[in-house]
Design a protein around this ligand. Structure first.
Ligand code: PEP
Ligand code: MN
Length: 353
C-alpha cells in the first residue's frame, strides 16, 4: 500500500500517520518525493478497511500494491533535475527535450577529460560522462583512475559548465565520490548489487541505473525500486543492450524495453547505443531509433581520438559524429512533437498488462 500525501501536508502530519500505522501493527517507510511525501506500508494490510488509510490526515491518494515495483510505477520522478557545481542544469524526462550525455568510456588524464568536456559541449551534449571506477571484465585491463579521475571529472564539469555522470561500483566509494559527481551511475554489472542500490537510495543526487547484461525488464524495475524505497525518487533507467546469441554486435539493443518501461513507469529512460552495439558505425542509427521510440535521451561514448581510447575504443565516436547525433535527436523530437505535447502524434502508450 502506498499513501501519497498532499503537497501541503507537514512532516508532523506524516509522522502522525506512521504512528497510527504502528499502533495497528503495520511497518512502513517514509519516502520523499519531488514535492510531496509518500508512505510505503511494507506489512501485509489486506485485512484493513480502505478508509483507515484514506482518512489519515493529509493523505491524498491510496494506491494498492499490485505491481512488484509500485514506486517505480507510481511515485518516481517523471522529470529528474540534474544540477552541477559549474552551474549547468538539465531536466530529463517527460515533456523535456532529449538530453545527450557524452564523454569517454574512461577518464584517462586530467588534460584528456578537460579537453573532451569542451569538445562534447561544443558538439551540443548537455552533460559529461566518464568512468573513474571501471568495471572491467579482465582484471589486468585498465581499472580507471579512481578518485583522482573523479576529481578531474569534477574539474572538467566546472570548466565546461556541464553536470557530471560517473559510475560507483562499491558502497565504500559513495561518500568519497559524492562531492565530485552530479549523477551516480550504476553499471550493468552492478544492477543486482542491492547494498549499493540501497545506499544510493539514501543519497540526494540522482541515480542512473543501467540494465543488467541479462536482466529482465521487471528485474530492472525492481532494482530501481530498491533505490526508490530507500528514499531517492530521482532514478533514471538506462537500456544498454542485453546478451543474446548475436555476435555481430557486443549486445543487442532492446528498444522494446524503452517502450515497455515508458508504459510501466514515469521514470525517465535513456538509451546507451555505445555499449549496446560495441561498434561506432552503428551508434548514430541506433541513437535515432532510440529517440524515435520514446527514449528521453542518450548516453554515448565519445573521444577526441576514438581509436586511441584506453577502453572501449571500437565503440567510441568522434565529436563530429556526436554533433550529428545531437542534431538528429533535436530534429526527431520536433517531428514527434516531444517538445510540444499540443502538437504530438497520437500517443503510443501501451496498455499495462
Ligand atoms: C559504462 O557506461 O562505462 C559501462 C561500463 O557501461 P555498462 O555498465 O553498461 O557496461
Ligand atoms: Mn565503456
Amino acid at each position: 500500500m502506498i499513501l501519497s500525501f498532499r503537497k501541503s501536508a507537514s512532516r508532523e502530519c506524516v509522522e502522525t500517520a506512521v504512528r497510527r500505522l504502528a499502533e495497528n501493527g503495520l511497518n512502513c517507510q517514509i519516502v520523499a518525493g519531488a514535492d510531496n511525501l509518500v508512505i510505503v506500508v511494507t506489512s501485509p494490510c489486506e485485512a484493513m478497511p480502505g478508509h483507515f488509510f484514506s482518512h489519515l490526515e493529509g493523505v491524498e491518494k491510496v494506491v494498492k500494491l499490485t505491481a512488484r515495483s509500485p514506486l517505480a510505477a507510481e511515485s518516481g520522478c517523471s522529470v529528474v533535475k540534474i544540477g552541477s557545481a559549474g552551474g549547468g542544469r538539465i531536466a530529463l524526462g517527460e515533456g523535456q527535450e532529449p538530453v545527450v550525455i557524452a564523454g569517454p568510456c574512461s577518464v584517462e588524464s586530467r588534460e584528456q577529460i578537460i579537453a573532451t568536456a569542451g569538445a562534447v559541449k561544443t558538439a551540443g551534449a548537455q552533460a559529461l560522462r566518464g568512468g573513474a571506477f571501471k568495471p572491467r571484465t579482465n582484471p589486468y585491463d585498465f581499472q580507471g583512475l579512481g578518485l583522482d579521475g573523479l576529481k578531474f571529472m569534477a574539474e572538467a564539469g566546472q570548466a565546461s559548465g556541464m553536470p557530471v555522470v560517473s559510475e560507483v561500483m562499491d558502497v565504500r566509494d559513495i561518500e568519497a565520490a559524492e562531492p565530485y559527481l552530479d549523477v551516480f551511475q550504476v553499471g550493468a554489472r552492478n544492477m543486482y548489487n542491492y547494498d549499493l542500490l540501497k545506499e544510493l537510495g539514501r543519497q540526494t543526487k540522482p541515480v542512473l541505473l543501467k540494465r543488467g547484461l541479462s536482466a529482465t525488464i521487471d528485474e530492472l524495475l525492481q532494482a530501481a525500486e530498491y533505490i526508490l524505497v530507500s528514499g531517492n525518487l530521482q532514478v533514471i533507467l538506462c537500456e544498454r543492450g542485453i546478451r543474446t546469441y548475436e555476435t555481430r554486435v557486443r549486445n543487442t539493443l532492446d528498444l522494446s524495453a524503452v517502450v515497455i518501461l515508458k508504459s510501466l513507469t514515469a521514470l525517465p529512460v535513456l538509451v546507451d547505443p555505445s555499449h549496446a552495439t560495441g561498434k561506432r558505425a552503428y551508434v548514430r542509427a541506433l541513437s535515432r531509433a532510440a529517440i524515435a521510440c520514446g527514449a528521453d535521451g542518450l548516453i554515448v561514448e565519445a573521444h577526441l581520438e576514438p581509436e586511441r581510447s584506453i577502453s572501449d575504443a571500437a565503440q567510441a565516436i568522434d565529436p563530429a559524429t556526436l554533433k550529428e547525433i545531437v542534431e538528429d535527436a533535436a530534429l526527431l523530437s520536433d517531428v514527434l512533437g516531444k517538445r510540444d505535447r499540443q502538437q504530438s502524434l497520437p500517443d503510443l502508450k501501451m496498455p499495462v498488462s
